[in-house]
Design a protein around this ligand. Sequence first.
Ligand code: GDP
Ligand code: MG
Length: 188
Amino acid sequence: MRKFNAVVLGAGGVGKSALTIRFGKNVFIDQYNPTIEGMSPALSPRLLTDPLPEEYRCELIVDGHKCVLEILDTPGTEQFTALNEKYLKNARGFLLVFSLTQESSLRDIDSIRQQIYLAKGTEEDVPIVVVGTKLDLSNEREVPRATIHELAQSWKLPFYETSAKRNWHVTDVFEDLVRQMRKRYPDK
Ligand code: GDP
Ligand code: MG
């Protein structure tokens, strides 16, 4: 059975863990501790509860092929910076996660996207899927579909709009990534 590893990247609070856990365990986890206003990020309870990357191991069947996917869920952009080289070099696939309810979270994945290409030394054939989260929060939506279409064309990457809470399009994201990784890393 083929084994692939992927890393989940994006700003803190966009829903990386909720997405990963929805896929890996098929439950929705709502345990976010928002940063307390006026408190330095270093003291935020969020960082105390979510300081380290977590790894999930899942079996899935894509186009009739069974494989194992190891998914590394990272804590967030700031803490990530110190560790990024190792993740970026070792991972075969990348999920770039932003929140549809937070336009600024697109800037974070733009910068991460460029770091990935630098670490890989190429922009060709790097398996990447871009994931917009919190599709269910339609009243809070900040990122219009037109923006997503424009970015998908200029970055030449597939985008998905998802909800971990409602389990919308979560599986599609991981299947797309596995397809890209199978193509990029054919059986040896
Ligand atoms: P992370 O820091 O990127 O891992 O973000 P989390 O997965 O911890 O999610 C941050 C907050 O957003 C939590 O309160 C989640 O419950 C919430 N959240 C994540 N995904 C969704 C979603 O699809 N819909 C809604 N309504 N809330 C979500
Ligand atoms: Mg998390």
